[in-house]
Design a protein around this ligand. Structure first.
Ligand SMILES: Cc1cc2nc3c(=O)[nH]c(=O)nc-3n(C[C@H](O)[C@H](O)[C@H](O)COP(=O)(O)OP(=O)(O)OC[C@H]3O[C@@H](n4cnc5c(N)ncnc54)[C@H](O)[C@@H]3O)c2cc1C
Length: 493
């Protein structure tokens, strides 16, 4: 037996879940509810997940004037002709029941003055349909409640401050993960199903609204094992991240624009419909910022009752800005990655035994652009589906000798230079020239983003090419898939 094998502990579970954001927590609870023994591995404390930071809420067709069909129409419109129809249907039909289930689990959503669920309006939604908790503290409230349930569940074991370093193989399947623990020891967690819920990759871009760990670790692990990724060219830039030395990149939710906040330039003039989809608003702001005389953009919150947004008011105070008196300087920042590990609508990746859910996954739901507040809904709707699929995965037929998967693990951390290059060369507006330069980056995921963005010679949704400024019908319905080096295009139904 090798020295490494002697030092490596082994643990078995039916289902291994990596990540303790909304998607991982919910998938773990669902799998455990089905009777599976679950081990949940999480690298960071709760407050460092994107889920904890989520402000706006969860989109679900709950109002009497709304319907899943109307939610579907809005989602498909935002996705600009390449959302996968079956994924959109699953999300919009199942989100209302998910909100009720979260209430049953103890989440208290904000109510209106008649005691009914208060529904917010956000960009791209044709009606009010976003439930929230504690004003703009939705993510915090939900993750706190779900973590408490996970921590006390008899069939769930939690490994905190533990990092998944690579996938383990087992007869052509994923057989679990290798985990680094905070004390320096290693663990081989063997499982019939492994669910990656490691979050998105928006912090690969230098200016971001995301926590620093959101650098696509799950995508790196999966790609290293030859698993298919998809739609990496689609990165959503949130239009209104605070510009400030103290809190740069702090997101100011578009719910404030839903309540009437205005976007204005240096002259105090409006230049865009504040409730247009995010890609349009971000691009309009980018053009003002890039104007010859070095334009600036402000969010005018003077008419907004900021008591409804206490965490935003507190952050602005910390930054020395009084929103009742002065407009707030804002600029776009990388916010959400629509692409990820390619999955079917039940969370299954191209490698048997490996599932992915939440922002690290790409079911094709968001197409070229995510509709606001569809991502938390996605974490739960597809978290449930992935939890059910994982609990039903077959147990390995043979005892594993642990020999597969022991190649050098990939390094999932990008350098400062990579992050700056992605911002400069694969930002809100790209060109072939810049993207080709990025193909030489040291970080594999940056090269895959560049290759995907180069291959899509059109502008669509969140992918804007200055050298191909229009959507091209030949790309309608096509997802960009990455297997190895060369991207290809596929239709998903
Ligand atoms: C500021 C902000 C506001 C937002 N507001 C909204 C909103 O209002 N509505 C909405 O729908 N969406 C919103 N979003 C997007 C949404 O929050 C995310 O898409 C969603 O929370 C992602 O959840 P997740 O479970 O996939 O990942 P995360 O919540 O990011 O969790 C990832 C988990 O994986 C762990 N992890 C990562 N790599 C490893 C590893 N190698 N080993 C072990 N653990 C690992 C992390 O530690 C973490 O526990 C917002 C995002 C941000 C940043």
């Amino acid at each position: 037996m090798s020295r490494q094998a002697e030092q490596t502990e082994a643990l078995r579970a039916d289902v291994a879940v990596v990540g303790a954001g909304a998607a991982g927590l919910y998938a773990a609870l669902v799998a455990a509810h089905e009777g599976a023994r679950v081990v949940l591995v999480s690298r960071s404390p709760l407050a460092e997940t994107a889920s904890y930071w989520a402000q706006g809420g969860i989109a679900a067709a709950l109002a009497v004037y709304d319907s899943p069909e109307q939610h579907m129409a809005d989602t498909l419109a935002a996705g600009r002709g390449i959302s996968r129809p079956s994924a959109v249907r699953a999300l919009c039909e199942e989100a209302p029941a998910i909100v009720r289930d979260l209430e049953r689990l103890g989440v208290r959503f904000d109510a209106d003055r008649h005691g009914a669920l208060a529904l917010g309006l956000e960009g791209g939604h044709s009606v009010r349909r976003v439930v929230h908790a504690g004003g703009a503290a939705t993510g915090r409230r939900i993750t706190r409640e779900l973590s408490a349930q996970v921590a006390t569940h008899e069939r769930i074991e939690v490994l905190e401050r533990a990092t998944a370093r690579r996938l383990l193989g087992s007869g052509g399947r994923c057989g679990g993960i290798e985990v680094d623990r905070v004390d320096g020891s290693k663990l081989h967690l063997r499982a019939a199903a492994t669910v990656l819920a490691t979050g998105g990759a928006a912090a690969l871009w230098a200016r971001t609204t995301n926590p620093p760990g959101a650098v696509g670790a799950g995508l790196t692990l999966a790609a290293h094992a030859g698993v298919t990724l998809a739609d990496l060219e689609f990165v959503q830039f949130h239009p209104t991240a605070l510009v400030s030395e103290a809190s740069d990149g702090f997101l100011i939710t578009e719910a404030v624009r839903g309540e009437g906040a205005l976007l204005v330039d240096d002259a105090g003039e409006r230049f865009v419909d504040e409730l247009a989809p995010r890609d349009q608003v971000a691009l309009a702001i980018e053009h003002v910022l890039r104007a010859d005389d070095g334009g600036r953009v402000f969010l005018d919150l003077r008419q907004i009752d900021m008591t409804h947004f206490p965490n935003i008011a507190a952050e602005l105070r910390r930054a020395g800005i009084d929103p009742a008196r002065e407009p707030v300087p804002v600029a776009p920042a990388a916010h959400y990655t629509m692409g990820g590990i390619a999955t079917d609508v039940d969370g299954r990746s191209s490698l048997p035994g490996l599932l992915a859910v939440g922002e690290c996954a790409c079911s094709g739901l968001h197409g070229a652009n995510r509709l606001a507040s569809n991502s938390l809904a996605e974490c739960f709707v597809f978290g449930r589906r992935a939890g059910l699929s994982a609990a039903g995965e077959p147990q390995p037929v043979a005892e594993d000798d642990g020999a597969e998967g022991l190649d050098e693990p990939p390094d999932p951390r990008p350098s400062h230079e990579t992050r700056a290059s992605l911002w400069a060369l694969a930002g809100i507006e790209r060109t072939a020239e810049g993207l080709r330069r990025l193909l030489d980056d040291a970080f594999p995921l940056a090269r895959q983003v560049a290759a995907s963005a180069l291959a899509r010679t059109e502008s669509r949704g969140a992918h804007q090419r200055a050298d191909h400024p229009k959507a091209e019908s030949r790309f309608d319905g096509l997802h960009g898939v990455v297997r190895g080096a060369e991207p290809a295009f596929e239709e998903w139904r």
